[in-house]
Design a protein around this ligand. Sequence first.
Ligand code: MSP
Length: 478
Amino acid sequence: MQKFYVTTPIYYVNDVPHIGHAYTTIMADVIARWYRLKGLHVFFLTGTDENSFKTLQGAKKFGFDDVKEYADHMAKQWKKTWKELGISYDDFIRTTEPRHKKKVREFFNKIMENGDIYKGKYTGLYCDGCETFLTESELVKGLCPLHKTPPRQVSEENYFFRLSKYSDKLLEHIKENPDFILPKTRRNEVVSFIKSGLKDISISRPGSGWGIKLPNDETHVFWVWFDALINYISAGEKFWPADVHLMAKDIIRFHAVIWPAMLMSAGYELPRRIFAHGFFTINGQKISKSLGNAIDPVILAKKYSIDALRYFFVREIPFGEDGDFSEESLKRRLNNELANDLGNLLYRTLTLAERFKGKIEGDNELEGYLRFKKIDKYMDQLKFHKAMDEIWFFVKACNKYINEKEPWKLKGDELSNVLYNLLESLRIISILIDPFMPETSKKMREQLGIRSQDLSMIRFGEFKGKPRRGEILFRKVE
Ligand code: MSP
């Protein structure tokens, strides 16, 4: 069976999940469900990044004496959120797990055997928020542009990874594999970053406290990004290479420069695609604790339903671009598109179908409005918004059909034909929306009286259901 491996970033445990994290994870979930529906053997990985200095700070802030206990507590929170949002991950990796620590040391040894590790002194500006060194030129008025905090001056004896050695190979790989880094704007950024000259990077810090100790030197722990990236192998080696690494643009360089170089050095294949989506604002503002707008995705999902949130994420923001979240636009889409376009279509059709006593048969008149090849292509290109536009094109065609045919005025064969065509279209819609709105898809299938289906069932002339009207799909919110 063909495999498909998709990842989210592993999230820091100094914070609870907010809507920005939920966005990435839900989109990864859409991908995972789509390929499962296609019949592929999917491995969907998420997890938590725990060996960071932030974990120590978090433990302190929340009054935990035992850092590991704090990490356990927080990892539970992340798992709970994903469970409440119906995320279908196959594995959840925590970087404090033995399986991860073991793999990190193994990985490091391979790089060292390859001659890519050396010891040296490092002096630089470290941002604890980013967990990385910044250059003077990256600072804005002396502050980290992302965290708006001054970096620390650090001068240490460290182990280095020969990143510079991989510049040409990286550029070559990117050139030969145009889909390696997506979207294109991000690829161009990465290319110019590499061309501006890569420096070797420090991958350890002195200290034997929190973190993973180096196998050759117990007085050093790994730099958290070096350890974190390896999670994709420690949990998913059997499925390696990853088909899609998903993240936001903030961490593209780690994934598209450092990680591939590490993999080349350790002798692994490179991931097939690295996709960075945009950044999310709330009513036009950056999501931040201090602004108090870090919306809890679970509360939103409870208020509007998980599927409405998923639909909004997919439809509102062209995948890859920055986007804004507002409850107003979520409500609008819920009321107009989900409750009206889709919910009413099902409700009206089933009301008529329940009353109809004859045999339901039809001529598949709506077939021409379904452009499945296009949808499939968009999904492969991770253009979810376009795939959804296409699905909605079909939903709208069905609505137009019911309005024009006015089946409530029809009888006998004519009515049977219209009903059949609508039911068959609804069956197909229920399959198409499954990765995007799994709960709704299930409710539709139940009401249409059909069993669960996969993408191979997207062709007309299959309907054999026993329709029975049930609860309405979406309630409008005023
Ligand atoms: N621990 C690292 C990742 C290591 S992966 C080997 C990390 N963690 S994080 O908790 O800060 O998560 C960053 C990711 O969260 C982003 O890349 C993105 O996927 C998601 N997002 C966080 N805030 C977001 C927005 N405001 N908008 C969109 N995505 C957001 O970085």
